[in-house]
Design a protein around this ligand. Sequence first.
Ligand SMILES: Cc1cc2nc3c(=O)[nH]c(=O)nc-3n(C[C@H](O)[C@H](O)[C@H](O)COP(=O)(O)OP(=O)(O)OC[C@H]3O[C@@H](n4cnc5c(N)ncnc54)[C@H](O)[C@@H]3O)c2cc1C
Length: 548
Amino acid sequence: MVQCDLGGDCCPRDPVTDKRMKMDGWINLLICFTPVCICTRRGYARVNYPSLRLFVMTTNYRRVSDTCKRHRRDSSTMEESNCITNQKTVVAVVGGGLVGSLNACFFAKRGFHVEVFESRGDIRCAKKVKGRSINLALSHRGRQALKHVGIEEKIVSKGIPMHARMIHSLSGKQTPIPYGKKGQYILSIDRANLNKELLTVAEAYPNTKLNFDHKLQDWSPETGQMTFIRADGAKDQIEADLIVGCDGAFSAVRKQFLRRSRFNYSQTYIPDGYMELTMPPVNGEFAMEPNYLHIWPRNAFMMISLPNLDKTFTCTLFMPFENFEKITTGDEVIEFFQEYFPDATPLIGVDALKRDFFCLPAQAMVSVKCSPYHIGDKCVLMGDAAHAVVPFYGQGMNAGFEDCIVFDEIMNEFSEDLGAVLPEYSRVRVPDDQAIADLAMYNYIEMRAHVNSKWFLFRKHVDNFLHMLMPNTIVPLYTMVTFTRTRYHKAVEHWQWQNKVINQVLMLTAVGATVAGSCLLIKRRTDVIKMGLSAEEMWNRILALKTF
Ligand SMILES: Cc1cc2nc3c(=O)[nH]c(=O)nc-3n(C[C@H](O)[C@H](O)[C@H](O)COP(=O)(O)OP(=O)(O)OC[C@H]3O[C@@H](n4cnc5c(N)ncnc54)[C@H](O)[C@@H]3O)c2cc1C
């Protein structure tokens, strides 16, 4: 990319030098000077089957003209924009969910022509947003990705910090278990709002276009041609140089991968489902302490609760489907809640529980693993499309956001040579995503059962204490996963190593204490014999020792 000495407002700026950039070729130069004749063309050049190539040409022209048009319109905001234009490559991001909309920003920042295709309508105009969990936990990896595109602070300011898990026992006793060191916390974020913000940020790049009501039906790995179905049933044929599949756990992009040899794929539904319920504010205030992720662990199932900005809590009940199915009437709902969540029942409200429990059926949770994540230099999968994980580590979105950073880092390393970048991305990222998928499965057991165990709590204290003494050697797993960018699979390896060491040290300590105790007793026994104590006197002395 070369510097633009034309000085026209329509030329975007280089993010590093902040100088205007020259557009490639005479045609673009012309477009740059004559935006009106190009820009007055109606929208998108959509063509049917025979003339697909024309689309790419027109897309490239249109992108530049759109760049000019939007740049003139928003010249003030453009001064701050980091956008550059790499006019050669058209990147189609399929899926405008959390990862897709963030990814669009990463590609737009590099100057590619980015087209986002989302099957839903624009959620920013929708009254109600259909989708998965109402809120989710944002942590370090996700924040780092948001920072890359300059919206970390904006999102964080709308989140609620959660410093610890708050464990609710059956008796209603509440015990906090901090997530990390003082000052470390995860954030409860409104999913719909985050998605809306990301779409708005993506759309602000002049080289990005959002296409709603475009559902991918099929695509060709050979040509990069995609077929979309629009809301009115019409079909669109669109071609791109790179297709980025961010279309979630049931990815349509991934279907093409399944038709190819040497593509590994597994999908596991866990036997549990989830249901969301709302805990309203009490007298305009949160019904419980807001800066915690509340957990009601009941061994075979659990309920968790995250705070929202409107002072409600979203409670999510995770339970085997067969248990959900056993509850068929309002009275049974109340009976169940009063038995297992007695302190939460009045806070959610008996009437609300009876009503809301039957509003929507429990939702399924799936874990998807696959490899590789790419096909040639044509297509790459990211986010849930590549690795849907169960939600118990609060890492699905965070991992998906980190995918974008990792891809970006590899783009730098290989100078945007997609033929080299895509295989490297698969090589680097697959082991990490598979590690977090396994950890997420493991964490369900930790959350619903282990937190009830004294040994687990003792080990947490030991780990935290050792972490304080040796912060670089002993790092709790949760800290590595949630508060660092340690590669997930490295975190697991380190955790297994330190578990072995700590368990051995604890065992040696226990053996040492037993041996020392026995020696003491034997020594005392000799004293006893020497002193000629009666059995009764000796027993009294042992009792005295125990009390001591
Ligand atoms: C109950 C629950 C709680 C969770 N809590 C957390 C948490 O606390 N922290 C965390 O990090 N993660 C959490 N997750 C995981 C997180 O929701 C996902 O990892 C994240 O949404 C993945 O984002 P994505 O963009 O890859 O996929 P999605 O969010 O599924 O977005 C995919 C998008 O693609 C669109 N699409 C689908 N098919 C097509 C098509 N054919 N054509 C065009 N567009 C298409 C969809 O409409 C959607 O907008 C949770 C998940 C669940 C279920």
